[in-house]
Design a protein around this ligand. Sequence first.
Ligand code: CP
Length: 309
Amino acid sequence: MAQLSVNHLLGIKDLTPEDIHCILETADEFSGVINRPIKKVPSLRDVTVANLFFENSTRTRLSFELAEKRLSADVINFSSSSSSVSKGETLIDTVNNILAMKVDIVVLRHPHPGAAVFLARNVKSIIVNAGDGTHEHPTQALLDAYSIRQKLGKVEGKKVVIVGDITHSRVALSNILCLQKLGAEVMVCGPSTLIPKFIGSLGVKVETDLLKALQWADVANMLRVQHERMDMKFFPSIREYTQRYGLTESLLASLDKELLIMHPGPINRGVEISSAVADGNHSIILQQVENGVAIRMAVLYLLAGKMIA
Ligand code: CP
């Protein structure tokens, strides 16, 4: 059986290109499984997974839970709003109490960057990062790469522009690292106030003109402006942002070429992407969501395999 070089999935930063290819190829197998009439396999029977979500989620939480159930794992779900965290319990105490119930794998979403790394260093469990603040969202990047590969045949050599609020986006950082490890060229585009100054050191192109960025790209990954992570204004108004960075049908038509449109969700219709584009022929937004289940099955299966080995 193929093995990953890591014991946890904390970030794309830790993965080798071989690890990423291994996850994508394993996801191909599971994609076949979940498109059959009988969608379950016994691969994680007797493995217990706890989904710990300290921050809101629709896609990632449900996708992990479905992936675990398709693999026949036992699943428990925890959300911070209805837990004893509100009584002052620490993250380590919370997780150690959950692990005392014989849990094998912890899937963690947390608002603080580094929370997954912190947990991996301090508790005895396999940790899967389901998004830690503005830091990394590795399974999103893996499902995005998988979706590009599915649509365009390969990731290597493709030009991908990530548009919008780069500063506050864990999806942006994980995508940059993942796409580069797979041999793609990456550009970020947005208002200069929403592009971190260190971004050049990652080897990405930077563009503030959306039309020029789209003319360059094969794929555009549109990001939401994350107002909930902002403590000040980064642009004058939403209306102005949409005028300069919103993806519309007329802008797409002016390109006179095929462009693959992606978005990690949740989308703000009429802000970073118009409804016509989000629901149009070039958009693979719902295919990304579909692929998320196979990718998360692959990640859980490969990490659990290391536990048993
Ligand atoms: N893409 C993503 O992480 O969405 P959720 O916040 O709904 O999980």
